[in-house]
Each structure stands twice: as structure tokens, then as C-alpha cells.
Design a protein. Structure first.
Length: 129
């Protein structure tokens, strides 16, 4: 199955898909960090955690907004972005944490991430978004 997926999309298609996924996750992480929330540090691709929150409360609000988060512990949630996610999903996700944003703002930030990152590498400048 994975081989068929890779053959169908080709190297450039896979690069575009992975870059978009990483850009969405990086943008969400940067916005949450900018609001003072504790996000996991270090290199990542599509998944990160947010610490020091009411995990059950965030999960309930996320569900109301139509997005999913994974409860890791009472004060930590996990977030994973995937191919099917859009900037509107990230706006909803941020709303679960009480962070206001717009699709146009996130698309601009995501484009910054895509333009400075190399395939399957993490851009250090994302931290400053």
C-alpha cells in the first residue's frame, strides 16, 4: 500500500504533502507557544504535545469544534496533523486552547515554514513565528 502511495504521488508529490503537514503542525505549535502554552521541544514532524493544560477540558472543547486531541495525562494533550487536515482545522484546534486565529494568518505562517524548510527537516526559525 505504501509503495503504491509513493509511486502514485512521486517524489515531488510526497515532498509537497509532507511539507504541508509539517507546516500545519509547526504553525499550530508556534501559535500555541506564542500564547504562553508549554509545547514539547525538539525536532518533530507532525506530532507534538502541549503541557500544563486541563487536558479533559481541552479535549471537550476540541470535540465541540470538530477536532481531536489525544489526552496523554491530566495536564498534557497530544496533537497530530495529517494529510487530510486544513488550515480551518488548525483554527478550530487553536480555538480549543482559547487561541484566536484566522485561516489567512495561518496560511501565511505555514507558507513561511514551507519556504524555509527542506524536505523532512525541521526549520529552526519556526520557533520565532
Amino acid at each position: 500500500m505504501a509503495a503504491s502511495y509513493a509511486i502514485y504521488h512521486g517524489p515531488e508529490g510526497l515532498k509537497n504533502i509532507s511539507g504541508r503537514i509539517h507546516a500545519l503542525a509547526s504553525t499550530a505549535r508556534a501559535k500555541l507557544a506564542a500564547q504562553g502554552l508549554q509545547v514539547s521541544e525538539g525536532a518533530f514532524f507532525d506530532t507534538f504535545t502541549v503541557h500544563g493544560v486541563d487536558a479533559a477540558g481541552v479535549q471537550a472543547k476540541a470535540a465541540q469544534l470538530g477536532v481531536n486531541v489525544r489526552v496523554v495525562s491530566a495536564d498534557t494533550v497530544g496533537i497530530a496533523c495529517g494529510e487530510a487536515h486544513t488550515t480551518s482545522d488548525v483554527v478550530a484546534l487553536l480555538g480549543a486552547f482559547g487561541v484566536d486565529s484566522s485561516e489567512s494568518e495561518l496560511e501565511s505562517l505555514a507558507e513561511t515554514v514551507r519556504s524555509c524548510c527542506v524536505f523532512m527537516c525541521v526549520c529552526a526559525s519556526v520557533e520565532s513565528l
